[in-house]
Ligand binder design. Structure first.
Ligand code: GDP
Ligand code: MG
Length: 309
């Protein structure tokens, strides 16, 4: 399946939910009125874009409608699609130029960190890059084994210690191995114990110090993984993590099959964090670099008729 078709498929429920509700509102009015704007705001909030972002979209819509003297509610849909495309645009490129570069992957348990790392490893390998993984989620033996399975699947190296080992020591060894094996990209898994904030903060700070000391000039990405099916909860999680880490971007997983894809808008508009990757399934090739234009198109257009690329 081509990537646009797969994205359209993944966003089907969000399109039916959020976009469907927007269309219903627009279809219910003969002309553009204050009531229409209120109903639109509600439809957006129901679509998990969050109150602030819903208000921002409607405010911008008012401006553009006035400016262009739009009278027909049906024409508003295209304007909304444009507003959304502008809103989610920018910052989505990874910018990992140095050799090696480092990606630290953080986030609470179960959001899809390890899976996303496996997919990232496969993606970079396909691009001809040499990748090494560090199993710095040492909290459970199963987490280490799971990353090993993904390393095998992707055909990349992995550095691991025993369960309960110091995560910073794993990161140190992964960096050393990455340098001596001429790797392009070093990706480290981490444990996601947000409920123990002090511990997590100390652990992450220690990991940063290792990266800072061993690779002071390396490009680095601190990727927070969020689960789209949790909707506005994902936004709260991101806020918590922003307090303990200097996030550079988001990987939003499980967009396939959820109606809560509107959360992408909240992440970018409210938190000012770029979404860099989206997960659209459990398989190794089910990760896409985030493409704002394509995302907006898939959200607002019926993609069922799109042909295979
Ligand atoms: P971690 O605890 O953050 O490392 O999360 P895992 O990588 O172990 O993933 C938790 C579950 O989410 C697994 O069952 C994955 O298969 C599933 N998962 C991860 N990403 C996606 C995705 O994009 N789509 C779907 N449908 N499932 C996903
Ligand atoms: Mg994991």
């Amino acid at each position: 399946m081509g990537i646009f078709k797969k994205l359209g498929f993944g966003l089907k429920k969000t399109r039916e939910g959020m976009t469907g509700r927007i269309e219903d509102v627009l279809g219910a009015y003969e002309e553009i009125t204050d009531d229409l704007f209120d109903d639109l705001e509600e439809a957006l909030i129901m679509g998990d874009v969050g109150v602030k972002t819903a208000t921002d979209i409607v405010e911008e819509l008012r401006k553009r409608v006035d400016k262009n003297e739009v009278r027909n509610p049906k024409h508003a849909k295209l304007i909304i699609a444009d507003i959304v495309a502008d809103m989610i645009d920018g910052g989505e490129d990874m910018g990992l130029i140095t050799i090696p570069s480092v990606i630290l992957v953080i986030g609470v348990n179960g959001v899809g960190k390890t899976t996303t790392i496996g997919k990232l490893a496969a993606m970079y390998k396909r691009e001809g890059k040499k990748v090494i993984l560090g199993a710095a989620d040492t909290f459970r033996a199963a987490a280490i084994e799971q990353l090993e399975v993904w390393a095998d699947r992707a055909g990349v190296d992995i550095v691991k210690h025993k369960e309960g080992a110091d995560p910073a020591a794993v990161v140190y060894d992964t960096i050393s191995a990455g340098i001596s094996r001429d790797c392009d990209i070093i990706i480290c898994d981490t444990a996601g114990r947000l409920h123990n904030k002090k511990n997590l903060m100390d652990e992450l700070a220690k990991i940063y110090r290792v990266v800072e000391k061993e690779l002071p000039y390396a490009d680095r990405e601190i990727l927070l993984v969020l689960d789209a099916t949790t909707g506005q909860n994902a936004v709260s999680q991101a806020k918590e993590f922003m307090n303990v880490a200097e996030l550079t971007g988001i990987a939003l997983t499980k967009l396939d099959g959820t109606a809560r894809g509107g959360v992408v808008l909240a992440i970018k508009n409210e938190l000012k964090l770029p979404v860099k990757f989206i997960g659209v399934g459990e398989q190794i090739d089910d990760l896409q670099p985030f493409n704002p234009k394509m995302f907006a198109k898939a959200l607002f257009e019926d993609t069922s008729s799109v042909e295979e690329e």
